[in-house]
Design a protein. Structure first.
Length: 518
């Protein structure tokens, strides 16, 4: 393998990793707070049918985009992280994205001409499909620019921009709901406007202000094409195959159970995503640091970063998932409305999907950042074969020899089967970084059991306090839950990859800073 050529310049220093994570975490907390306020607005106002159609079409658009994506985004972020200045790479990737947009709309036009739209998007309107496809691309352009900033160690400004636009969007969403303007189209246009604004602001800052890092330079197409081919060749079959497998469950729910059941699943998926606040804050930083240190032949540094993030983020995902599962019987009808009460079982299962996602994001990021793409492809495809059978089995009606479980069947398959499969990738990363997988797994199992006990206590307490207003019962029971979790961390600090001395030092430092400000 030819070693990559690194172009290291000092025009703009990367921001401190701790600063980047803290700022990202704070902005994600702001978004989480906004989501808690608005999480029931769109589902309640739009209703299960319209909300289900919106999310089905967004999933379909994302799947089509993924089908056109031959690992280019992952290669772009990895190569950009390895090089200080990569304007040529950014230009090439921008042209490729524009071509993808044209191809995606051309494929939709072809489906219309061939009259395949009802087969591919059951019961959907073409104009709504076009709007959602445009929205999906606008969101993706914003995400790509944010990742470009992360790859250069420039995280603070993009996160602040994203948080401010999210706050404005939440205010407008509530306003639309209050005055009765919120429907499918206005909801799409609102999200499209927010995504476009983020894209324009990030584009001006990264490609203009930081032009020397992100845009300037001659085109070196041949060099990057060769590097992309070495990186992506093992993943090509996987990239064209897996989006269809991932979409299969959503499609079968829509085809066999309709938009209402799709709405239940969409609500559970949307709410469970709130648990990913910590992982979302860390993933780009994590990927960049793993790619950078392994490229610098410092696998020991990469191993430290992997283990610290792995323990902490899995713990936080488990903690928030346990809380969300326990409070779902109260939270779903209270915020989303009585029309979603049947979605409670789906929500309680999907609450744990972010744990599986956290495993998946961390393990795949580490594997791809270290360019072990062949291993990732081989095992992902191997696991997909039982995945297809399980998806059909849990969703199919009994007359088609299935279990007729609908949305909750898809949820169970995604959480349990996904979690088990990802242990192979976790083991591979621990082996690669020369870490002890068995000890880490035992630590996580003990932590998960403690969080499960705390979740049961939370659920029982909420049931006992059901006569109180929801705000009071939820606040009191949640305070006890997180206090018990905190006690567990104090007794076993290794569960989050730290020590009691580090916790005490951090708390003392925080108190000193607060007292000085006071």
């Amino acid at each position: 393998m030819t070693e990559p050529v690194f172009v290291l310049r000092d025009e703009t220093r990367p921001e401190n990793i701790r600063k980047r994570y803290v700022v990202t975490l704070l902005t994600q907390f702001l978004k989480l707070s906004l989501s808690i306020i608005t999480v029931g607005v769109a589902p309640r106002v739009l209703g299960p049918v319209v909300f289900g159609n919106y999310n089905f079409l967004l999933n379909a658009a994302s799947t089509l985009r993924g089908f056109l994506e031959p690992s280019a985004q992952q290669a772009f972020f990895t190569f950009s992280s390895q090089e200080r200045s990569s304007g040529s790479l950014t230009k090439i990737y921008t042209v490729f994205l524009c071509l993808q947009v044209v191809v995606s709309f051309a494929l939709i036009a072809l489906a219309v001409l061939l009259q395949w739209t009802d087969r591919l998007w059951p019961g959907q309107q073409i104009d709504q499909l076009l709007w959602i496809t445009l929205l999906d691309w606008a969101i993706f352009f914003g995400v790509s620019l944010q990742q470009l900033g992360d790859s250069k160690g420039l995280t603070v400004r993009p996160q602040v921009i994203s948080a401010v636009v999210s706050a404005l969007s939440a205010i407008v969403l509530i306003g639309f709901a209050v005055v009765g303007w919120l429907n499918f189209y206005t909801y799409v246009w609102l999200n499209l406007g927010a995504a476009t604004l983020i894209t324009l602001m990030l584009g001006q800052w990264l490609l203009g202000t930081h032009r020397e890092l992100c845009w300037a330079g001659e085109w070196h197409i041949g060099n990057y094409v060769r590097r992309w081919w070495h990186y992506a060749a093992p993943l090509l079959v996987y990239e064209y195959y897996m989006p269809l497998i991932s979409f299969l469950g959503v499609y079968l729910v829509q085809a066999w159970y309709g938009s209402v059941e799709q709405g239940y699943f969409a609500l559970a998926l949307r709410w469970s995503a709130l648990v990913l606040v910590f992982t979302s804050a860390a993933l780009s930083i994590f990927w960049r640091e793993i790619a950078y240190w392994t490229a610098q032949k410092r696998r020991d540094m990469a191993a430290q970063i992997y283990q610290r993030f792995d323990r902490l983020l899995i713990f936080l995902a488990f903690t928030l998932a346990g809380w969300l599962a326990a409070v779902s019987p109260l939270l779903v009808p209270w915020l989303a409305g009585e029309s979603y009460r049947a979605a409670v079982p789906v929500m309680m299962v999907m609450a744990f999907y972010p744990v599986t996602q956290t495993y998946g994001q961390l393990t795949s990021a580490a594997i791809k950042a270290t360019e072990r793409t062949a291993f990732y492809r081989n095992w992902s495809i191997a696991f997909s074969l039982p995945d297809i059978a399980l998806t059909y089995l849990v969703v199919a009606p009994r007359e088609f020899f299935g279990w007729n479980l609908g949305a909750i069947g898809v949820a169970l398959k995604m959480v349990i089967y996904g979690f088990l499969c990802l242990q192979v990738f976790e083991w591979e990363n621990y082996r690669f970084f020369n870490l002890n997988y068995r000890r880490a797994l035992l630590e996580k199992l003990i932590t998960g059991m403690w969080i499960g006990v705390c979740g049961v206590i939370l659920g029982v307490l909420l049931s006992m306090l059901s006569a109180l207003p929801p705000v009071l019962s939820l606040s009191g029971a949640s305070l006890l839950y997180f206090s018990l979790i905190g006690l567990g961390v104090w007794l076993r600090p290794n569960s989050i990859g730290t020590s009691r001395e580090e916790i005490s030092s951090l708390a003392h430092s925080l108190v000193q800073k607060l007292s000085k400000k006071g």
